[in-house]
Design a binder for this molecule. Structure first.
Ligand SMILES: Nc1nc2c(c(=O)[nH]1)N[C@H]1C(S)=C(S)[C@@H](COP(=O)(O)O)O[C@H]1N2
Ligand SMILES: [Mo]
Length: 425
């Protein structure tokens, strides 16, 4: 369809919708044209005062949005303490995840740790072991970056077939925030790295102050690159559930390494091989061997609307298809959308140029006349990597894996606008 005809049909749609009353759509509207009380009558909200500035010192979303919340899948974990919930990505737009609905993953629950009680120790192969208070951290030069954090288990329930009916549940173990913090390399330099000698075979072991400690080994090269010791997210203090007052940000790498309530960084001459990097967060292949050190989150995308929790409710005509794409290897350069289960593809419009290791929002502004669709999106990153189909991923990983499922997702959109998670491999 040319730009010209597309523009015309959109204009016609807007005219007829207005004639029928707000919300009605030409193709479905059997309503008689008549006066719309929302236009012709004086409304309550225009007949008195709204609330004053002192009423809500710290605001929450308006009550009409009260279903835009994190959700848990009860059968996934035995309790809600060592558990996970999911970001309502089907209801969000743009790229920044509000902290209040950003997914949580805890191994021993979210702890309450105050700034005065906070300590960060740097020890091991350093010239001078150091302990930083929260105030100390605020005196080092800061940086700001937007990064996504994706749990390696995101989409893990979908390996064998379509299972969870909603983008929130299939892809909601992700958030994307603007972090403020001190580069880890700045703090390591403060402790002095002469004692460490050649960096190439050195590691840092990072751990949290919660009971699980969630310890992970990180190669020194990454630690000296873009890892941040962060204390602000989206401009304000981290929320308790995201590691207040200080968390590690490990751009592009699996969420498990983003240690919350960060208490210790030890410089070591090898990895620890902790629980979280051996029995967990490794990928068992078809032959029973396991991949480990699978740190980077490969390029991935998902259509957030329409999707099972965000069906098409507006009838025929203009339809905005939207979703998000990301890559732990760098920037997203292109996203393609298919309406026919991957047989043909259209290039989506990126809302903004891809950013390094951060979410990119995409749109496909299209027309829908009730035809069934098998909606898919496929991300391409700056390395040229193309998000794989489910069959391609299974060919190399088998069916035993949980983590690092970045395959193409399919939503079956029906004639009535409802959408369902289906498998097209
Ligand atoms: N200290 C500590 N850090 C932790 C965890 C934890 O349980 N304790 N969970 C990890 C896992 S598995 C993930 S996916 C991310 C989730 O970060 P979020 O809760 O801010 O979404 O934190 C990681 N950091
Ligand atoms: Mo995770």
């Amino acid at each position: 369809m040319s730009k010209e005809t597309k523009g015309t049909s959109r204009r016609q749609f807007l005219t007829s919708a207005a004639a029928l009353g707000a919300g009605a759509v030409a193709a479905t509207g059997a309503r008689a044209a008549g006066p719309d009380p929302l236009i012709t009558e004086v409304q309550d909200w225009a007949s008195g005062f709204g609330h004053g500035v002192d009423e809500v010192p710290y605001g929450l979303p308006i009550k009409f949005e009260d279903d835009v919340i994190r959700r848990n899948v009860e059968w996934l974990t035995a309790d809600t303490i060592s558990s996970i919930n999911f970001t309502p990505i089907h209801a969000l737009d743009g790229t920044i995840t509000p902290q209040g609905c950003a997914f949580e993953r805890h191994h021993s629950g979210a702890i309450e740790l105050s700034k005065p009680d906070y300590r960060l120790m740097i020890n091991g192969l350093v010239d001078q072991p150091l302990i930083f208070t929260y105030d100390d951290l605020e005196r080092f030069p800061r940086e700001q970056h937007v990064y996504f954090c994706e749990c390696a288990a995101n989409t893990g329930m979908e390996w064998a077939g379509a299972q969870l009916n909603g983008a929130q549940f299939t892809h909601g173990m992700i958030h994307n925030m603007e972090y403020t913090g001190v580069p880890l390399r700045t703090l390591l330099a403060e402790a002095g790295l002469d004692a460490a000698g050649d960096f190439r075979d050195k590691w840092v072991y990072v751990e949290g102050a919660d009971a699980s400690s969630n310890g992970r080994s990180i190669p020194m090269e990454k630690a000296m690159d873009d890892v941040l010791v962060a204390f602000k997210a989206n401009g304000e203090a981290l929320r308790k559930e995201h590691g207040y007052p200080v968390r590690l940000v490990v751009p592009g790498w699996e969420g498990n390494m983003w240690v919350k309530w960060l208490r210790r960084v030890e410089v070591m001459d090898g990895p620890v091989e902790s629980r979280e990097e051996t029995s967990k967060y490794t990928d068992t292949l078809a032959d029973g061997t396991s991949r480990k050190w699978t740190w980077v989150m490969d390029a991935k995308s998902v259509i957030t609307s329409p999707s099972p929790q965000a069906p098409i409710t507006h009838g025929h005509g203009p339809l905005v298809i939207t979703g998000m794409a990301w890559s732990g290897h760098g920037k997203i350069t292109r996203v393609d959308v298919s309406k026919d289960g991957g047989m043909t593809w259209e290039t989506a419009r990126l809302a903004a140029e891809g950013q390094d290791k951060a979410l990119t929002r995409f749109y496909l502004d299209t027309t829908w006349n009730g035809e069934e669709m098998l909606l898919q999106s496929r991300a391409i990153d700056e390395t040229g990597y193309v998000q794989p189909t489910k069959a391609q991923l299974r060919d190399v990983r088998g069916l035993n894996s949980i983590y690092h499922n970045n395959c193409i997702q399919t939503w079956h959109v029906k004639a009535n606008g409802e959408a369902e998670n289906v498998e097209v491999s």
